[in-house]
Each structure stands twice: as C-alpha cells, then as structure tokens.
Design a protein around this ligand. Structure first.
Ligand code: OAD
Ligand code: ZN
Length: 257
C-alpha cells in the first residue's frame, strides 16, 4: 500500500475506513474487472488488459461482431472457458461476510465473470449483461438461448432464423439493460456509502454512480492500486491496494466492532 492522497498513514486510513463501513446501514458495492484480477481474470485496461492487445471495436461492438463474428465468438469462448475454472479470492469472501453481517449487500458490477454469484453474493446487479445467454442479432423474436459448449461447435452460432447470435453482454455503443440500470441509480440515490472496487472509472454510466452518492454528501470508498478519475474527488477515501488484500482487512475490522 503506498502513501495516501489524504496524507494519513495507511494504518490510519484503514482504521477510518473501517469506522465508516461499520457505521453504514445501507452500503452498496460497485465492482469492475480489477475485483477479479487476483482470481486470474484479465482486466481490459490494466497491465494485462485486453484493450492493450486488441481494439475494443473489433471484439466488443455490434460492428465488430457483424464484421467477424467467428473472431468475436472465439474471444468470448476463451473468456468463458477461463471463467469456469476460477475461484473467488479472499476479497469476495469478505464481501459475503459483510453481506451476512448487514443482512443484505447489493453489488453493482460491470463484470460478466460470475465470480460474485459463485462466492455467494445474493443481490448482484449486472450492468453489462451476462455471458449466460445469447440472442438473435436480428431481433427476430426468438427467446434468448443458454450459452453452452455446443454453441461453439460451429462458429458463429446462429439463431433458428439464420441470423448470427450475439452474447447478451452490453457491447460498445449499446444501451445498458434497463432494469439493472434503474436499480443501480436507485441504489446510488438511497445508499449511505458506496465501495468502488477495481474499476478504471472510464466507462459510463457505471462511472457516474459514485458521483451521485458524493452529490448526496455520502461517503465513497475506492480500492484500486492505481489512481482513477474518482481518486482525488472530495468525499472519496481512496485506498491504493489490491481487492484481495484490502477487503478482508476492512471486513475483519468491521466484525471486531
Ligand atoms: P478496467 O480494465 O478498465 O480497469 C480495471 C481496474 O482495476 C484498473 O483501474 C486497475 O488499476 C484495477 N485493478 C487491477 N488489479 C486490481 C486489484 N487486484 N484490486 C483492485 N483493483 C485492481 O476494467 P473496468 O473498469 O471494469 O465493458 O472496465 C469497464 C468496462 O470496460 C468493462 O466492463 C468492459 C470494458 O470495455 C464492456 O465490455 C462493455
Ligand atoms: Zn433470429
């Protein structure tokens, strides 16, 4: 853990954060790809990030999918395969512990790796959709179909109408799932603390959620080894460290109170 923006020693910063978290009755968690990096998931913009190797437009946009659906499906297939074997790290277990203590703990996530659910978090709001199902690119009206191994036998997978299928994740330029988005904004308007973990804060509208919390005068805590656009804002307590180390420290601290 490096020195802090506020000038507090790391120990004091952790103590103050534990205090805030212990007082919160309706905290909300917001996670990005960095929440899972210690479980072996690659981020998008970090050192091992996909977008350092590929153009996001090629792999995660409707245009990219139309242009080379086989390439895009291969990429999602590889990611899905990687997600099958990974396990939630200590930071995830800490969130579950916090959920048990408070009774409920909504988690808004940009991730599609399924780790929150695997760890046992119950109220997961998937802002960027999921890799569980695929839908017709042509919106022919056929219901979403589960993404299984068979789907990858002949790429690209096709809908019964002949059009290509697309995974039900949010692609660049697309609207977010309406219900998830509404829920996320409702939470930003009603929570008494937001804990933001492992996101570069560069993708809207997820990046705007903590701003609503700050506008209401409620605290925002950030856990990220790097600085983000959120780090230096008034009302933000930023802890520079890894989710798998910091979250257990915070939650253990809370449970000793
Ligand atoms: P990014 O890859 O943009 O950012 C990951 C963040 O995690 C960076 O700020 C890292 O510093 C931080 N990080 C890395 N390791 C960490 C650790 N162990 N603990 C805590 N933080 C760590 O990922 P997101 O912000 O999630 O969208 O990206 C947002 C969206 O952009 C994704 O959902 C995806 C992508 O394009 C779509 O595909 C639509
Ligand atoms: Zn169709």
């Amino acid at each position: 853990m490096s020195k802090t923006m506020t000038g507090l020693s790391p120990e004091k910063l952790i103590d103050e954060t534990i205090e805030m978290l212990a007082e919160a009755k309706m905290p909300v968690i917001s996670t990005g790809a960095g929440m899972s990096s210690e479980s072996g998931v690659r981020t998008f913009r970090g050192e091992d990030g996909y977008w350092r190797e590929h153009r996001a437009e090629d792999l995660a946009s409707p245009e990219g999918l139309r242009k080379d659906p086989e390439l895009v499906w291969k990429w999602y297939g590889e990611r899905l395969k990687a997600y099958e074997d990974i396990q939630p790290h200590a930071g995830y277990h800490a969130l579950v512990q916090l959920q048990e203590r408070i009774g409920k703990l909504p988690v808004v996530t940009q991730n599609v790796d399924g780790l929150l659910q695997k760890a046992g978090l119950i109220d997961v709001i998937e802002l960027h959709g999921s890799l569980r199902t695929a839908s017709c690119m042509n919106r022919c009206g056929s219901p979403p179909i589960p993404i299984t191994e068979e789907l990858f036998e002949s790429l690209p997978p096709r809908c019964s109408c002949g059009s290509i299928l697309r995974p039900d994740v949010v692609l660049f330029g697309e609207q977010l799932p309406e219900q998830a988005l509404r829920r996320a904004f409702d939470l930003a308007e009603s929570c008494d603390l937001m804990l933001v973990v492992g996101t570069s804060m560069l993708v809207y509208p997820a990046s705007s959620l903590p701003l609503f919390v700050l506008r209401r005068g409620k605290p925002v805590i950030e856990i990220n080894p790097e600085e983000t656009p959120l780090t230096s804002l008034a009302g933000v307590t930023s802890i520079h460290g890894a989710a798998g180390q910091i979250l257990p420290l915070l939650v253990e601290g809370v449970s000793f109170r």
